[in-house]
Design a protein around this ligand. Sequence first.
Ligand SMILES: Cc1cc2nc3c(=O)[nH]c(=O)nc-3n(C[C@H](O)[C@H](O)[C@H](O)COP(=O)(O)O)c2cc1C
Ligand SMILES: Nc1ncnc2c1ncn2[C@@H]1O[C@H](COP(=O)(O)OP(=O)(O)OP(=O)(O)O)[C@@H](O)[C@H]1O
Length: 400
Amino acid sequence: MQRWRGFDQIPPGWGRCVLTIGVFDGMHRGHQALVRAAVARGKELQLPVVLMTFDPHPSEVVRPGSHPAQLTTLRRRAELADELGVDVFFVLPFSPAMQQTPPETFVHDLLVDRLHMAAVLVGENFRFGHKGAGNLELLRRLGSRFGFTAEGIGLVVEQEPAADNDAVSTPGAPDGAVATEPQAEQRSAPRAEHPAAPRAEHPTEPPELPITSTYVRANVDAGDVTAAAAALGRPHRLEGVVVHGEGRGGASLGYPTANLHTAEHAAIPGDGVYAGWFVLGSKRYPTAISVGSNPTFSGTARTVEAFVLDESANYYGRRVALEFVAKLRDQIAFDSVEALIDQIGKDVDRTRQILGVPASVVKPSTDRAPEPGERAAGGEPAGRSSGTPSGPSQSGPSPS
Ligand SMILES: Cc1cc2nc3c(=O)[nH]c(=O)nc-3n(C[C@H](O)[C@H](O)[C@H](O)COP(=O)(O)O)c2cc1C
Ligand SMILES: Nc1ncnc2c1ncn2[C@@H]1O[C@H](COP(=O)(O)OP(=O)(O)OP(=O)(O)O)[C@@H](O)[C@H]1O
């Protein structure tokens, strides 16, 4: 896949193409359906498929200071587009001049004259150009004038989770892994209200609301990472660089944590404790994640920290990502450090259960994730035994 930034990077001799346009921040299931349709059209017409996205988020240009929480970095968005078969990931720097551009000019001067689009595919609800005056209808009219086709894709809607299903599949778990325990906290937690939710006239019929990035952001913010994962088709991922914390995790608690420094607008899930995956390069490790200000220690700064199960490597300075699979509980101000340690042990046990990772695993090397079902010869993990902090010796070179 090629990556371009701005129209100047269109290579000389560029022919015709199939185009899909939008912010694509979530790269959620709706976006995926749209991109798949564009890729299929590209195959049929034997033309390359261009995905056009914007940077910064257009909201920031329209209302400075209003940048929405970012669900994917441009790098991650490109990676996901590549996996779906896109040929060119085209980032259009979004400027005040672009915001003022009438939709007809945008289509004629840029998409037709410079990008040579033969077909454009967008969601039915797509709006573009000054004051959002452009829509699918306009694209169709301009298409018959300038010689391209415009196709609208039906919107993918969110699915309500089945309330009586005891076996909750966990997005991102190893193949076939299923959490056998109902995720009670998840179920009972109020769902983030859909931004476009109408008042239901028939309460028994769940409303069918389109998946949008705004909806995913609301769920991430509310800590409902299960609903976010259902809309994304994968767990929400937060990227960052591992930095030093207070130096307390390994030394005093026996649970060293990798503290993440995240990008300014990154979508950080609401405060709480989560089960998820620690992603390092192409490997994933089970992890218990804490988001919040560590009220037991009267902390004020909000931190994102991950205790990586069965690992004791030095992650400082590494670029890593966390994938949030399920929320376990809220952060609590414990009366004693012992009570916090005891609870973290239970969080770790629960994390194993949800991810389908056995309690005792062979100590993997730092670049190898344990295979589910893999056990140490003696039955005990080479790192720590499940849920039992083993004191300062565990902290070693690990992050605090
Ligand atoms: C799984 C897990 C759950 C946690 N839950 C809480 C909590 O409920 N309340 C709290 O004050 N801190 C909680 N913490 C955060 C610890 O207080 C924090 O990791 C510790 O203070 C070490 O901080 P440091 O990395 O800055 O040294 C939790 C940490 C982990 C790994
Ligand atoms: N649920 C969906 N199903 C199919 N296509 C969608 C869906 N949501 C958005 N699209 C289309 O995907 C492209 C990119 O959408 P875009 O990221 O701009 O909006 P969005 O996901 O609705 O997010 P936001 O909440 O920020 O409006 C557009 O063409 C849009 O119409």
